[in-house]
Design a protein around this ligand. Structure first.
Ligand code: SF4
Length: 434
């Protein structure tokens, strides 16, 4: 599954392993919970919530998310603990504009447990915003009509389906267990349940994959007429089975030029079908961009629940002050055993750091089609680190002259070949902020 919250956390904030710090230490305790006003919080209220469910039927070989095969059936214990965490987190939120349940495979949770989670969310959070986007990641095999109906009844209005490839031999290479013929069935089942917004995840640059096969995957995904597609290039994360197999010489990674051709083909085919690239790996019909992920990429505040989930809250209303980040423990056992008034034990945290916040804004903002709000960025940079302003402007002009960046009075946007080199472009700009 996908997780777009991952921004590396500095090790300087790593808690003492002998002492279990909880998210309470990061968020602070609301003074008048549960009938608090925003000024009672130690931070502006968050309008987004991520929930991580850790269970999968099998570990895909490319996956480095926290997930495992639940041979002991810990679903009910997980849901009990999650609801206690939601209790603790609710006072830190304002009206929610988005909820994203990822994993792991959230569609593996049994329907009756899902009903408890949905009731708990409605009882604790303000979900009345007409703009609320509520996404659940689903595996094509486990997105049953019963589950989808229960999700819809509980307010879910968007599903994200992991298809990855429509070619069985490439699914085999990824050790991804599902029948590709179930993807269209799952899309149709979601529609029947009344879940109108659907996204499909695909992976390209799989060893042995040809451009024609990738084109076929894109055609088959487009035929589903979903509102959103995510197309990720295969990355070899440390400590995954895929990386071990690569090191053993079981296969060659795809040629970089072919990978670039696949990226270009993706942009062209999806644009032709009305799905614009609004982030390096994400494409949507106008208005159907994933608002939850945009909160991450725009460095907004969000709460996080479940083992391994990462959250981010602003330290103050002044965005330039930077935000506090934390990551819950990536262990269901530790999550279940440690309950600090509902708050989860954390594996890592970062206090607010204005210079880091500037770098993070650049890192995620440059990957967006809307680009960076250059005026706001430079204003904040002038307050945080005045010396970096001329350096940033000079670097941006250089990238523009190289045909990678477009500069208008308001925005810096990635351009042309820059899309292929977005992370490198971001690094060039981030290096200007010390
Ligand atoms: S379905 Fe596969 S990729 Fe998704 S979280 Fe589970 S193991 Fe990872």
């Amino acid at each position: 599954m996908t997780d777009d919250t991952r921004i590396p956390l500095a090790t300087a904030g790593t808690p003492d392993p002998g002492r279990r710090e909880s998210a309470r230490a990061v968020l602070g305790e609301p003074r008048t919970s549960p009938h608090r006003q925003p000024h009672d919080l130690g931070h502006p209220p968050a309008g987004a919530l991520y929930i991580h469910t850790p269970f999968c039927v099998h570990k895909c070989h490319y996956c480095d998310f926290y997930s495992f095969v639940d041979s002991r059936d810990q679903q009910a214990a997980f849901v009990d603990r999650l609801i206690r965490e939601l209790d603790a987190l609710a006072p830190h939120s304002g009206p929610l504009e988005s909820i994203f349940v990822g994993g792991g495979t959230p569609s593996l949770l049994r329907v009756e447990l899902w009903s408890r989670v949905l009731s708990a969310l409605h009882a604790r959070f303000d979900l009345t915003s007409p703009a609320l986007e509520f996404t659940v990641e689903c595996n094509p095999e486990s997105a049953s009509p019963d589950l989808l109906a229960a999700l819809r009844a509980g307010g879910v209005n968007r599903v994200s389906l992991g298809a990855q490839s429509f070619q069985p031999r490439h699914l085999k290479t990824l050790e991804r267990w599902h029948d590709p013929d179930n993807v269209p069935l799952a899309v149709e089942a979601a529609r029947t349940a009344g879940i109108a917004r659907q996204s499909v995840d695909l992976i390209y640059a799989i060893p042995g994959q040809t451009l024609a096969e990738w084109e076929d995957d894109l055609r088959r995904a487009l035929a589903l007429q979903t509102t959103h597609l995510s197309c990720y290039n295969l990355t070899y994360e440390p400590n995954t089975a895929m990386t071990v197999r690569l090191k053993r010489g079981e296969f060659e990674p795809l040629d970089e030029d072919l990978e670039a051709d696949m990226f270009e083909l993706t942009g062209a085919m999806l644009a032709g079908a009305g799905l614009a690239r609004y982030e390096v790996s994400n494409y949507a019909r106008p208005g159907d961009e994933c608002r939850h992920n945009l909160t991450y990429w725009r460095q907004g505040p969000w709460l996080a629940a479940g083992p391994s989930a990462s959250g981010h809250v602003w330290a103050s209303a002044d965005r330039a002050a930077g935000g506090r980040r934390w990551k819950n423990t990536p262990s269901l056992g530790v999550y279940l055993d440690h309950d600090d008034a509902g708050y989860a034990p954390i594996a890592d945290h970062e206090p607010a750091d204005p210079a880091r916040a500037l770098r993070e804004r650049i890192m995620t903002g440059i990957r967006l089609g809307e680009g960076l709000d250059a005026g706001a960025l430079l204003d904040d940079a002038a307050r945080v680190q005045p010396a970096c302003v001329p350096t940033l402007e000079r670097k941006a002009r250089g990238l523009r002259d190289d045909g990678l960046l477009r500069i208008t009075p308001d925005r810096w946007t990635i351009h042309g070949r820059g899309w292929l080199l977005a992370d490198w472009v971001a690094k060039q700009l981030m290096a200007c902020v010390e």
